[in-house]
Design a binder for this molecule. Sequence first.
Ligand SMILES: Cc1cc2nc3c(=O)[nH]c(=O)nc-3n(C[C@H](O)[C@H](O)[C@H](O)COP(=O)(O)O)c2cc1C
Length: 381
Amino acid sequence: MLVPASVSDYRLLAERRLPRAFFDYIDGGAYNELTLAANRNDLDALKLHQRVLRGASAIDTSTVVLGQKLAQPLILGPVGLAGLFARRGEVQAARAAAAAGVPFCLSTVSICPIEELSAAGTAPFWFQLYVIRDRGYAAELLARARAAGCTTLVFTVDLPVFATRYRDVRNGMTGGAGLFGRLAKTWEIARHFGWLVDVPLGGKPLTFGNLAKAVPSARSLEAMKGWVDAQFDAGVTWKDLDWVRQNWHGHIVIKGVLDADDAKAAADIGAGAIVVSNHGGRQLDGAPSAISVLPRVVDAVGDRMEVLMDGGIRSGQDVAKALALGAKAVMLGRAWTYGLAARGEAGVAEVLALLKRELTVTMTLLGAERVGDIDAVALDH
Ligand SMILES: Cc1cc2nc3c(=O)[nH]c(=O)nc-3n(C[C@H](O)[C@H](O)[C@H](O)COP(=O)(O)O)c2cc1C
């Protein structure tokens, strides 16, 4: 039995517990996974600048993002289908986030609906919306999020189309599996007994909670893909963001920006923050890593809005590197999802505690007592 010491260990536990297709759905990226790899490689290539004997003994990892106090500079980013990895997975993750004092962002394509999260009484959570063609449906989702007390809307702009993930195709996740494919899938599911009892047999029926009317079943990615193909709108422009502004009076975060001019456009429409992100390497394969474009985006808009980033964050050291390059905070995608798939709420809580311990040690060795003290000097050039 592996005693997990790092996020990579939770990844291994998740791999053991989930049927292959679901693990690959989390772990994989678009096409040749070049951008997925770049996110990690570019973080690894950055060197931290050690300082000694600076009396950094009272480390404070807290920060403020969009007026909200965070116990550490991170947010659980939107991850679709999280309720397939553990029973009512979004509720479990939101509970762990609330206990750890960091926000949880619910995906449009979650298993648990908005109302299930608010009924679980976790904490004000954030809600993520995709660019949907049916404005009536989008307005309804925003009204539901508002009624549930969501403070912050994360508007994801880097998925006007669905990029292909070869692993999902090979695993039959996007349909088209022949008889042998279907048998292999059934065998995979049967041999992951712990997951089988926890998720498909143990909980409520699996549906896309927020889209139950539009997509009746969440048993295959195909259903979601069909809905995405019909509903996601590649014709949307920055002008259409006025519609979002009019329909949402809380904070707006634009997620999926890699270009300085796009970042300026986000500031112009009154977004409070952007997330520098390539969707965890799941969309434009060949795009640069998020960490490599972060400095130029911060240069362009850092004085007008808060700049967040995600992509490849797996440790407290990674968090410090992103902060050193100007991020106010980071979003986690796979890191919390591995924790959830490995051990449910406890796994997410453990991953968050682990990252906090790692950030605390890193700050001590950088000689930075507060997250605001982590700046470009924290990197060795
Ligand atoms: C399994 C999975 C599902 C995701 N679903 C969504 C989603 O529904 N909405 C969204 O805006 N981003 C989604 N993302 C992207 C994440 O929010 C985030 O940008 C990305 O995972 C960050 O990279 P990391 O996983 O390396 O931390 C998803 C990512 C993964 C891994």
